[in-house]
Ligand binder design. Structure first.
Ligand code: SME
Length: 161
């Protein structure tokens, strides 16, 4: 595979549509979880230039920071805590237009204004979450939810157990 990324312009949907085959190509034939999650976050960061994008992985009953791109972040999040822990507990995507209005939001960076969190499922269990933060209010919508859920399903294929 080619370790370079073609950055696309156009509508948000067009950008995701161009990115997803490239993510699939980056992961093809590579079984290593960290390598694959790292490349997914790098591809998303390069395309969209969000403040922060990364995975938290369920380990021993907590979310633990995994591969990410952006400023340093909190390492552990309990189930039901913050946007990430709530997405895990409710097993659903959460779009948060204004993080200050989300009860219990965990502010890893004071620059973050809006957020989307998408669960990663394996056999109907949440095994990780994909978290994206923006410096802009109201940055994420149903288009992001739809495509990030596709990318979460691609990520899930890298879990072998
Ligand atoms: N804001 C998240 C914490 C993770 S950071 O944004 C990277 C939350 O409330 O769960």
């Amino acid at each position: 595979m080619a370790e370079d990324l073609s950055i696309t312009s156009g509508t948000k949907a067009e950008q995701y549509e161009a990115l997803i085959p490239q993510i699939n190509a980056l992961l093809e034939g590579e079984p290593d979880l960290v390598a694959n999650l790292a490349n997914i976050t790098a591809a998303l960061k390069e395309q969209f230039r969000w403040l922060w994008v990364g995975f938290y992985i369920v380990k021993s009953g907590e979310l633990v920071l995994g591969p990410f791109q952006g400023p340093v972040a909190c390492t552990r999040i309990k189930r039901g805590r913050g946007v990430c822990g709530t997405s895990w507990a409710e097993a659903k995507t959460l779009v948060v237009p204004d993080v200050e209005k989300f009860p219990g939001h965990i502010a890893c960076s004071s620059l973050s204004k809006s957020e989307i969190v998408v669960p990663v499922f394996k056999a109907n269990e949440v095994i990780a979450i994909l978290d994206v933060d923006s410096e802009l209010l109201n940055h994420f919508d149903e288009t992001d939810a739809k495509y990030l859920e596709m990318i979460s399903a691609i990520a899930a294929r890298s879990w072998n157990s």
